[in-house]
Write a protein of this length. Structure first.
Length: 390
């Protein structure tokens, strides 16, 4: 009876946490939204790429302080704060799609997501054995990816449908996700979770000092490259099709969904394969897929070939985050909150890569943007050699 009760209790904790992973995926709507804002306001690539860059800029500012906050108030309360910030960010675009309105919305979305990613991943470690952490985080990324690939579909529906969208058009996406976010807050708040108590209250310098450990630094840069490729593909995929095939955004936007469909499938499959396959072998195969994809995106000019390339990069990039994150956590088991803050600060790569890609695209076309992502893939090839056995 106790065993059945424990399993039921574990499931009741697991489901609300996975719903939070779904809310975590809302940040990926920034690629789709920035393309629509670019079209509405007539912005250049470098101007439009400010939006995704702004979202991930806040990871640099808030990730480490969030790790410190978790030591004081706990991981669950920190996740709840992040969900509330995210909900507010999704309501802001309802009042307009002007440049500064969207800057405010994307800034709040970035802050909320920075706090959420820093606190939610270590919260999972309270529910799962260390040897299952990578596969469980990968399953969480699968749930997150569902929200990611639905975003361009919902936005396109809102932009083209004749059904009532309250005059919001593509911005109806924000309303739908705001409602789900509020539901996530309620579900997690009602869920009891026993947490580890922090051994000590850490400071910013103590957290940053962890970067002095070579393996932690390697993981940090790896996270930067992963998210740079993720945000870069999310933003650039429709632009490649519009540039080479002259399709409108409403049609080209499906390329983002193709990427996230395969990213979702990769997360789902990876959640099972990582239970039995070596993380190093799995990671190596994933990076090889991305390398092939970058070569194809550089030269292919047919819709089918571009979709294949997006599928490869989506599948390949789907498990990179969870493997690197779990490697970092297990490398410093006594400092999970601090390491989590550092790893999520690495999502600042989502600021650096789109900015560099925007300038490269203005100068060379979208092949320049692909070259920037290829540099990130090259680093991940080197990181593969350093992966440890857990």
């Amino acid at each position: 009876m106790t065993l059945v009760s424990d399993k039921r209790s574990s499931l009741m904790q697991f489901v609300p946490v996975m719903l939070c992973f779904f809310a975590m995926g809302f940040v990926d709507l920034v690629g789709t939204a920035s393309n629509y804002v670019q079209k509405d306001l007539g912005l250049s690539d470098s101007q439009a790429n400010v939006f995704p860059s702004l979202v991930f800029f806040w990871f640099l500012i808030f990730s480490v302080p969030t790790g410190i906050l978790m030591n004081r108030i706990g991981r669950k309360k920190t996740v709840l704060i992040s969900l509330l910030i995210t909900a507010v960010s999704l309501v802001v675009p309802v009042f307009g799609d002007g440049y500064y309105t969207m800057l405010i919305a994307f800034s709040m979305l970035g802050i909320g997501n920075a706090v959420m990613q820093t606190s939610l991943n270590p919260l999972v470690s309270n529910l799962i054995n260390p040897d299952r952490l990578a596969s469980t985080l990968t399953f969480g990324q699968f749930v997150k990816a569902i929200a990611s690939f639905l975003a361009p579909i919902i936005a396109a529906w809102g932009a083209t449908t004749y059904l009532p969208t309250f005059g919001l058009g593509w911005r109806v996406l924000f309303v739908i996700y705001a409602i789900i976010c509020v539901f996530s807050v309620s579900a997690l708040a009602a869920t009891p979770i026993r947490e580890e108590k922090a051994d000590k209250a850490s400071g910013v310098l103590e957290c940053l000092r962890l970067l002095g450990r070579p393996f932690i630094l390697l993981c940090f840069i790896g996270i930067m490259c992963h998210v740079g490729i993720d945000v870069g593909t999310n933003t650039t995929a429709p632009k490649i099709i519009m540039e080479r095939l002259n399709l409108p955004l409403e049609d080209a936007g499906f390329a983002t969904s193709v990427y996230f469909i395969f990213r979702t499938a990769g997360c789902f499959i990876g959640a099972f394969l990582l239970r039995s396959m070596s993380p190093k072998l799995f990671f190596g195969i994933s990076v090889a897929m991305m390398l092939v994809a970058m070569a194809m995106l550089s030269v292919c000019d047919s819709l089918g070939a571009i979709y294949v390339a997006l599928g490869l990069v989506g599948f390949g990039n789907s498990n990179v985050f969870s493997i690197i994150f779990s490697q970092a956590l297990t490398a410093a088991p006594q400092e999970k909150n601090e390491v989590s803050g550092l790893m999520i600060m690495g999502l600042f790569g989502g600021t650096i890569f789109p900015l560099a890609m925007g300038f490269a695209a203005d100068a060379m076309g979208q092949v320049g943007a692909v070259a920037v992502m290829a540099a990130g893939v090259a680093y991940l090839i080197l990181y593969t050699l350093k992966i440890r056995r857990i």
